[in-house]
Every structure is written in C-alpha cells, then in structure tokens.
Design a protein. Sequence first.
Length: 117
Amino acid sequence: MDFEKLITERYSVRKFKPEHLPQEAIDKILEAGHKAPTGCNYQPQRILVLNTDESIAKLKNCTKCHFNAPTAMLVCHNRKESWIRKYDGALSSSVDAVIVTTHMMLACKNEGIGPVG
C-alpha cells in the first residue's frame, strides 16, 4: 500500500469482526512493532497478545475500553530496560512503546485489518 494512502486512511476502530486474528496476521503486526526504533535499540516494550476467548474475558474484567474486540495487543514498557537520558534522567521507554504501537497500527491497516461496516 502507498504510504500516503496508508496514513490518510487509517483511523481508530470501535467495531470488530467476531473472529480472532489468524496467527499469520499477528506475526506481521508484531514484526512491525519489533522493527520500530527505540532509544539505543533497547527494545523495552513488552507486547501481550490476547487472542483467546479466555484472555479477552480477563481483559473485559480490567477495562471498559475493550470494544468487544476478539483480539487485543497490549503494549507495555519495562522502565528498567529503558534508555536514560544523561542530562536529566528522562526515560525513553514510554515514548518507545508509543512508537512501537504506531508501527503496529499501521501494519494492521496494511494487512487489511480495520473497520467493519
């Protein structure tokens, strides 16, 4: 897909098909996240893939913001593995996690995983 078209057409989704994502699609999304730049390439992100009815039920107990998605990927960051800016001690891990998430969202659109109806 053309990059300009990709970033123009991507938008947040609140309605999903009822089936879980196939492993091939998950692998491509995770690969995009892994390729994202992080501070000194420390890769402090941890990505939890929830792709079973049981794991999604647990998610629903934790948040109202699940939108009945059959698959979810939670992007977290390990502060202890973060690059630390020398002059003020700022950590890069939260920004790194956002960059990783953005790459994953664009990969979803590129894979045709997106809005329903």
